[in-house]
Design a protein around this ligand. Structure first.
Ligand SMILES: [Zn+2]
Length: 291
């Protein structure tokens, strides 16, 4: 994905006024006069001077710097929206013009008029990829019971996909770090494995995470942006990501309604960008999702 900030979202932006044609022509003539090379032929009747090249080594022409190939990819993902923190997170992402993935809870879209409006604005902005985080979030966080009945798990994700008309089959299981792709099969809590397998058989690719930005019961971040940078470095350095050089980060929208925590999110993104070695991507670009 190659975001263009000017065309990223649906907000209207004024177009730049262009120069009139006669002004462009006049500029072009002036440039031609200014850069016209001096003739080496002597003017008629003048003594020809022998041209002595200056005693300098030839200068190698520098071409445009080729863009550095970024070898590590970061997938920033935000769960549980739309909620009260979603808009702030979106403002930061749009300001930094990076692609991210939002794992949306179906029920939250219909929770209030504001949340429906936030979902609409997510849909119209190219920085955001939408993925499925179920309709009821495991029947409102009843995780153990929820995963015991595979058919109702499938039904809950299908309801979310249908009601939001999602265009991909990528899901994240609420309360569980489960991976089911063509190349990865991991289950953090084994009692959920059968439901995960059934969900995969029903066509849903499940994407967990390599690193979570944790928060406490007051919805405040437990780690600042520097701490997250250390974790990112450590995971890459020790090859602890599920796929080498690809890192999926889980964050939660609701945390970023707090101004200090949203500032940390902004700092984290700025610090990642400053490294110039990371490419940001949406999860549908994660390698090996499908055969
Ligand atoms: Zn969740």
């Amino acid at each position: 994905m190659d975001p263009d900030p000017d065309e990223a979202c649906s907000e209207h932006r004024p177009t730049k006024a262009s120069k009139p044609t006669w002004l462009k022509a006049a500029c072009f003539i002036l440039i031609l006069i200014a850069v016209r090379p001096f003739s080496t032929a002597p003017p008629t009747g003048a003594t020809a001077l022998r041209f002595e090249p200056p005693d300098t080594k030839p200068v190698k022409e520098k071409g445009p710097a080729s863009p550095k190939k970024k070898k590590k990819t970061i997938y920033l993902t935000f769960d549980d929206g739309p909620n009260k923190g979603t808009q702030k997170m979106m403002d930061i992402v749009k300001a930094e013009a990076i692609p991210v993935t939002l794992f949306i809870i179906g029920e939250h879209v219909y929770g209030s008029r504001e949340q429906a409006a936030v979902f609409d604005s997510i849909m119209t902005c190219r920085y955001f990829e939408i993925a499925n985080h179920s309709y009821t979030h495991a029947r409102h966080n009843q995780f153990a019971k929820f995963y015991l009945v595979p058919d109702s798990v499938i039904a809950d994700f299908t309801r979310c996909a249908d009601s939001l008309q999602l265009n991909n089959q990528i899901v994240r299981t609420p309360g569980r770090n489960i991976w089911r792709t063509a190349t990865i099969s991991r289950t953090d809590i084994k009692s959920s494995a059968t439901a995960a397998d059934s969900l995969y058989a029903a066509g849903f690719i499940q994407l967990g995470w390599d690193l979570e930005w944790h928060f406490d019961d007051q919805l405040r971040l437990k780690t600042d942006s520097d701490g997250m940078m250390r974790d990112v470095d450590s995971l890459f350095a020790n090859a602890l990501t599920k796929t080498p050089n690809h890192l999926v980060i889980l964050a939660h929208d609701q945390v970023y309604q707090d101004p200090a925590d949203s500032a940390e999110l902004h700092q984290f993104i700025l610090k990642l960008k400053a490294r110039d070695e990371y490419l940001f991507e949406v999860v549908s670009r994660y390698p090996g999702l499908k055969n």
